[in-house]
Design a protein around this ligand. Structure first.
Ligand SMILES: *Cc1c(COP(=O)(O)O)cnc(C)c1O
Length: 392
């Protein structure tokens, strides 16, 4: 018989999952009710309302998909893409690549449009491609977690006005709850996220929203959605007025999401974005004072995911192991072409705090010094603290 599992209380400052508020953990321990219980139906309505607010949308079909962020991605594509459809996918990191893979599996003609990892897309480049390719769907990642890049979406929205037949599909897994996301204002037709990043809820649900235009495209399909589990025609009936059984909703995860969203709305969206921005800026000040530099240029840096260049001569794996073993602190390494070149330091949701920023800078200084990297004593923490006192 294996022993009961007692997970260590890690400080999660990687690319996800983030730490969760103890209130969310308590919500997971509440007694189950049935998935058609009137009390559960009531919180389903609350969840939809709170999700609409955080997505900045009036879209009726706004629900949490059962599954992690990738299930949200899959649900977005399988519903609006039919075999033979043309899909333009913007790729400047791992999650753009994943979108390409998912769209190909839908039988789409996929055209990946690439730019350098660590840089955002120039909207004019997207316009040129839209003109020649005329896709049914344009897909892009708002917050590319593999590189720390924030992609501005307003200009792309303006360009899309010239292409009324194209649906705008956006991944906001690492931005929702940490950066402003404005689905209606930015003309987004399909937008999905995940619970485990800036919403600070365990992994397991994927909030998603579909515009009226997206629903029309789904209605006009000639072939059934290839995924039974993620078919919005069926899932939508359970979340809609009919409440028809489709699959058993993950009851406890929905409790957890309700509590996580309640916490977000108690804090206030603007206050929450300010907190993410402030902690990101303090972290950058600290890192720069230690002689380190960021991968991404200033206006395009994510507040929720900080990509830091690893200085030459430093062993990436050994340093992260030291942080985990001795400081109980998790950060992420680079993915794909950035493997061994960057660290990914997450400041998402509950994990985005002054305490975590200062603790991380302290631990990083020790870990760098152990590998012979010269850091003026306390330089990082001092710079971050100065920033915080000026910001107050
Ligand atoms: C994490 C992430 C995903 C996938 O979410 P999972 O919860 O790991 O399935 C998709 N897109 C982006 C941008 C992400 O950061």
């Amino acid at each position: 018989m294996p022993k009961e599992f007692h997970p260590p209380a890690r400080i999660l400052m990687g690319p996800g999952p983030s730490n969760v508020d103890p209130r969310v953990l308590l919500a997971l321990a509440k007694p189950l009710v049935g998935h058609l219980d009137p009390e559960f139906v009531r919180i389903m309505n609350n969840l939809q309302e709170l999700l609409r607010t955080i997505f900045g949308t009036k879209n009726h079909l706004t629900i949490p998909i059962s599954g992690t962020g990738s299930a949200g991605m899959e649900a977005a594509f399988v519903n609006v893409v039919e075999p033979g459809d043309k899909v333009l996918v913007c790729v400047n990191g791992v999650f753009g690549e994943r979108m390409t893979d998912v769209a190909e599996r839908c039988g789409a003609q996929v055209r990946p449009l690439s730019t350098t990892w660590g840089k955002p897309f120039d909207p004019q480049m997207i316009r040129d491609e839209l003109r020649t390719f005329r896709p049914q769907v344009l897909a892009i990642v708002h917050a590319e977690t593999s590189t720390g890049v924030l992609q501005p979406l307003e200009e792309i929205r303006d360009i899309l006005k010239e292409f009324p037949e194209t649906l705008f599909l956006v991944d906001t897994v690492t931005s929702l709850g940490g950066h402003p996301v404005k689905v209606d204002e930015w003309g987004i037709d399909i937008c999905y996220s995940g619970t485990q990043k800036c919403l600070s809820c365990p992994p397991g649900l994927a909030p998603i929203t579909f515009s009226e235009k997206a629903l029309q495209k789904i209605k006009k399909r000639t072939k059934k959605v290839q995924s039974w589990y993620l078919d919005m025609n069926l899932v939508g009936k359970y979340w809609g007025s009919e409440r028809t059984y489709h699959h058993t909703a993950p009851i406890s995860m929905n409790y957890a999401l309700l509590e996580a969203l309640r916490i977000i709305h108690e804090e206030g969206l603007e206050n929450r974005y300010d907190r993410h921005r402030r902690n990101h800026l303090a972290l950058v000040r600290g890192l720069e004072a230690m002689g380190l530099s960021m991968l991404v240029e200033e206006p395009f840096r994510l507040w929720s995911l900080n990509a830091v260049k690893i200085p030459p001569g430093i062993d990436d794996v050994q340093l992260r192991k030291k942080l985990l073993d001795e400081y109980n602190l998790e950060i992420g390494g680079g993915l794909g072409t950035l493997k061994g070149k960057i660290w990914r330091v997450g400041l998402m949701g509950y994990s985005s705090s002054e305490t975590n920023v200062l603790y991380f800078l302290m631990a990083l200084e020790q870990a760098l010094r152990a590998q012979g990297y010269e850091v003026p004593k306390g330089a990082g923490i001092t710079a971050a603290q100065e920033f915080y006192s000026q910001a107050k």
